[in-house]
Write a protein that binds this ligand. Structure first.
Ligand SMILES: *Cc1c(COP(=O)(O)O)cnc(C)c1O
Length: 388
């Protein structure tokens, strides 16, 4: 292999079980948007269903339809999709039994047109904006949206399966927005109930709220990052303190090892120049593979049992490491990040080194990097080896 992302499905299943143990009677939705945060949507969704997630969450309709196209049925998992534009595709979503998030009356009209065209009722989750300021209906639009949905439900055109909202600051437990959003959500629920809605699931919590705010669990928590074994609150606690294990290991084989003299420039712009005679190793992944260019001169990696640092600029396809006096061979393993228990850096270490969050580190691992799945269940649906 040149480079690969090894995806430990046993760790993923273990993380979901750890989350389920924390959330008690609330169900867990496995958020698998953005190719399961770079881990591979379909294999991760299947593993999540095996671990007991009866819900899958996606941003785009294409992702939701992709889950159904892969054979994940509505009996195995409800799929909620929340980022809609007028382009839909609404009819395909209704036909595929996708739960559709509705943030305004414009979306409800599209759903009802699709229901009439397809000839089967839809399932919708009404979304309230309780303070994030992103999607969802504002409090002044909420009663009319609720009333319109209730009227359509009474006509048998749809079921309001959920009422929901999303936090802005759940990763800062003391932030005043959390209490205010929780109160706003309770108000939105009361309005919906007073109008006669009886949603199956009321849901508000993302990973940080699932881990830190039991009062926000309601009937369902939507877990993304935590199920991939990364901490959504790294300033407060690492994954192991929540019983989570990182799922992705990103590694490459050294493509060149050579001695160079002192004063040798390294990579574009010569931002790194060798201090003395030394050994340089070439790592064959770059920003096209998701290695942030901001890791130039700062990104950590693990070669031959030692931490190293990216020397000079990260290029599109490769970067260089200065091994000093240490030896290495072409083909030796360079681990950029993994669970951390062999001593290698973690995705969180990369996030710190590059001024971002671990969400972005794993999600950006590029399509050019093959995913290799390990820890499958040995024959009842998840195969070892390449996939998704
Ligand atoms: C991405 C997303 C989530 C999952 O967030 P995590 O912090 O990764 O758990 C939950 N809900 C919505 C609406 C999202 O967009």
């Amino acid at each position: 292999m040149r480079a690969e992302a090894v995806i430990d499905l046993a760790a993923l299943r273990g993380n979901i079980r750890a989350l389920r143990a924390r959330t008690g009677s609330a169900a867990v939705m496995s958020v698998v948007k953005a190719d399961a945060y770079g881990h591979g949507m379909v294999p991760c969704a299947r593993a999540a269903v095996e671990a007991g997630s009866g819900w899958l969450g996606t941003a785009t309709p294409e992702e939701a339809l992709g889950l159904r196209a892969a054979g994940i049925t509505a009996e195995q998992a409800r799929v909620l999709c929340w980022l809609w534009t007028p382009a839909g595709p609404w009819r395909q979503a209704v036909a595929a039994d996708i739960d559709i998030s509705v943030s305004g009356e414009w979306a409800l009209r599209h759903v009802l047109d699709a229901v009439r065209a397809v000839g089967r009722p839809a399932r919708v989750h009404l979304k309230a904006d309780t303070g994030l300021g992103r999607n969802g209906a504002q409090p002044h639009d909420w009663p009319a949206l609720v009333a319109a949905a209730r009227a359509a439900e009474a006509e048998g055109l749809l079921t309001v399966a959920g009422v929901w909202s999303h936090f802005a600051c759940a990763d800062e437990p003391g932030h005043p927005a959390n209490a205010s959003q929780l109160a706003g959500f309770r108000t939105a629920l009361a309005v919906a109930e007073a109008a006669g809605l009886r949603p199956e699931v009321r849901h508000l919590a993302n990973s940080p709220a699932a881990l830190l705010m039991p009062e926000a669990h309601f009937d369902l928590v939507r877990a993304g990052l935590a199920q991939y074994g990364l901490s959504p609150v790294p300033e407060i606690a690492g994954p192991e303190e929540f019983g989570l294990r990182p799922v992705m290991t990103f590694q490459a084989a050294l493509a060149q090892v050579k001695r160079v003299p002192a004063g040798h420039g390294v990579s574009y712009g010569h931002s790194y120049v060798t201090a003395g005679e030394t050994t340089l190793a070439l790592v064959p992944v770059g920003y096209a593979d998701g290695v942030p260019r901001h890791a130039s001169g700062t990104g950590p990696l693990w070669i031959g049992g030692k931490w190293r640092t990216v020397a000079g600029r990260v290029a599109m396809d490769q970067f260089v490491v200065d091994l000093g006096g240490d030896r290495a061979e072409v083909g030796d393993l360079a681990v950029l990040f993994g669970p951390g228990d062999r001593g290698e850096p973690t995705a969180e270490d990369w996030a710190r080194a590059t001024g971002t969050i671990s969400y972005e580190i794993v999600t950006r691992i590029g399509a050019r990097v093959p995913r290799r799945y390990v820890g499958g269940d040995g024959g009842t649906g998840v195969a070892e080896g390449a996939g998704g």
